[in-house]
Write a protein that binds this ligand. Structure first.
Ligand code: ATP
Length: 257
């Protein structure tokens, strides 16, 4: 279980540009939940993911995984339980390294000796087996430099790399936003497959309302550092894209837009 408890996040504290984004923000994500997170620009979605991943400091509160405060852990310890796929496919992979070297790097994540190639031929079959889950033939491209792959193939590889070690949480940060519509569909289907097969808890930020409605078993809408909608499985299953659009519209009318 992941718990964000009384999170306070202030950007630029003490400066004229000081901005309190989260003021005692709370969110609990149960094991096995796949949470779609939507919200207008600047509502705090990416900041929330960054707080979970420890990429930005917080002024107050706790980030608990299984009751343990991971905000105080070192990066390599925290990333043992978390995998993240970014918007830009090149963020999750090393373009100048081969598929095999990329998989090997991902395999070494969270180990105390740091990042090393540590190519282990004995693991190669495991890497191939994992890549074959995607059904894109990447298991036959082990010696190809990842930079030579298409954006969609790289994002698919990033998905497998981020879930190669036994993580608990998969963080998806607009991970289909840079892809063409057809490739985005493929990556979304693969995401659902990987989350199910690896029994992961997932948090997916997306501006694609259809994906938010169709995928996952919980939907959260954020606005100005708070949650304005939080629908669990049954309620979410009845939700239509238009329902979310209506909430968006009412929020922007309240804001005078
Ligand atoms: N490094 C930073 N310094 C100062 N303010 C920041 C910083 N990062 C984010 N913010 C502010 O925090 C607020 C939330 O930003 P965040 O990127 O978390 O929103 P978001 O919901 O992910 O937006 P988007 O949909 O545009 O990606 C915004 O007002 C933004 O300007």
């Amino acid at each position: 279980m992941l718990e964000l408890k009384n999170i306070t996040k202030i950007y630029n504290p003490g400066q004229v540009t000081e901005m309190c984004l989260f003021d005692k923000f709370n969110l609990t994500v149960g094991d096995g939940q796949f949470v779609s997170i939507v919200g207008s620009n600047g509502s705090g979605k990416t900041s929330m993911l960054n707080i979970i991943c420890g990429s930005i400091p917080i002024e107050g509160g706790e980030v608990l995984v299984g009751g343990k405060d991971i905000a105080k852990m070192k990066d390599f310890q925290r990333y043992r339980s978390i995998g993240r796929v970014y918007q830009n496919p090149s963020m999750g992979t090393c373009p100048n390294l081969t598929m095999l070297e990329n998989m090997s790097l991902a395999d070494n994540k969270g180990k105390t000796f740091g990042l090393s190639f540590g190519i282990n031929k004995a693991r190669e079959n495991f890497y191939k087996e994992q890549l074959s889950i995607l059904g894109l033939g990447l298991e036959n491209k082990m010696d190809v430099k990842v930079g030579a792959l298409s954006g969609g193939q790289r994002q698919a590889a990033a998905l497998i790399m981020s879930t190669l070690t036994p993580i608990e949480f998969l963080i998806l940060d607009e991970h289909t936003a840079a892809l063409d519509p057809k490739t985005a569909e493929i990556i979304m289907d693969l995401t659902a497959k990987v989350v199910k097969e690896k029994n992961l808890t997932a948090m997916m930020v997306t501006h694609n309302l259809r994906y938010a409605v169709e995928y996952g078993n919980r939907l959260v809408m954020m606005d100005k550092g708070g949650m304005v909608m939080d629908l669990m499985e049954e309620e979410k299953s009845k939700l239509k894209v238009q329902d979310i659009l209506d909430v968006f519209t009412s929020i922007s009318i309240e804001c005078g837009n």
